[in-house]
Ligand binder design. Structure first.
Ligand code: HEC
Length: 240
């Protein structure tokens, strides 16, 4: 290798992070992301409230104050957000299963940040025998973290998410493996999923049937692996 290609290599290695700024921002906590100027806002609805994270293009948390206006079943309510660690939280009579429109108005050190989010009402499909057994198992073993609506909680990510669609990098084999063994945190910032101790061998298939039925009814169909963020060897789960 000659000197000029070496210095080219050095220049490439030293490229600052903003070179990747146009890559889709990752929803660390399973929420929806909107861009606002050079910042992005992650917004999530939980049962009983909302969560907001404001980050700069280098994923550094940005302090802010503000409010969210929720449009919920034809009624409008305005909720003042309060800071809690790296995020803003607000209590509201909202459910993860609800159809909601949320309009955020934040102030980040004098800079106005606004964003709009929407979520459809959860569709409860008719379930076959395996999936309805799975529904009960899910409620008992999974809902505490993934939510009764499979839309996530403060403890775990949503499973009604393109990353977990049938045919994605998280195919049936992968989901069954996780139900049997848990998984180390690698997609989000929730940490590890412990092995679900309450699930007996053979019950994984019923839980999978329930998750797939809920995904199909809620528009999470077969997704190309490209829907997942580029994260090294993640796509084929070679690293598990
Ligand atoms: C104590 C909380 C907790 C419980 C209970 C739990 N999970 Fe998880 N689960 C997590 C977390 C956290 C992750 C995200 C790990 C990561 O960062 O990828 C996760 C990830 C997953 C994934 C994606 C796996 C992957 O390869 O990325 C699936 C599928 C899943 N969980 C299904 C389930 C099912 C089904 C149950 C019930 C049998 C369950 N989980 C119970 C916390 C939990």
């Amino acid at each position: 290798m000659n000197t000029s290609s070496l210095s080219l290599l050095a220049a490439l290695v030293l490229l600052p992070a903003p070179a990747f700024a146009h890559q889709a921002a990752i929803p660390f906590f399973g929420g929806q992301i909107a861009a606002s100027g050079d910042m992005h806002v992650e917004f999530a609805i939980r049962d009983g409230g909302v969560r907001v994270w404001l980050r700069d293009h280098a994923e550094k948390p940005v302090a802010a104050t503000g409010k969210v206006t929720l449009l919920l079943g034809g009624a409008k309510s305005e909720i003042t957000l309060r800071a809690e660690g790296d995020r803003l939280v607000g209590e509201a009579p909202v459910k993860t299963a609800d159809k909601v429109v949320a309009v955020l108005a934040l102030n980040a050190g004098g800079k106005a940040v606004s964003a709009r989010f929407a979520q459809e009402a959860l569709v409860q499909p008719g379930l076959n025998a395996a999936a309805s057994v799975g529904q009960g198992l899910f409620a008992a073993n999974c809902a505490s973290c993934h939510g009764p609506s499979l839309r996530g909680t403060d403890q775990g990510p949503p499973l009604l998410h393109a990353w977990y669609a049938a045919g994605s990098g998280h195919d049936d084999t992968q989901v069954l493996k996780v139900i049997g063994n848990g998984t180390s945190g690698h997609m989000w910032k929730f940490g590890d999923m412990p092995k679900p101790e309450g699930v007996k061998a053979g019950q994984e298939q019923d839980i999978l049937a329930y998750i797939r039925a809920m995904q199909a009814a809620n528009g999470i169909g077969s997704a190309p692996a490209a829907a997942m963020p580029a994260m090294g060897d993640h796509q084929g789960h070679a690293g598990h």
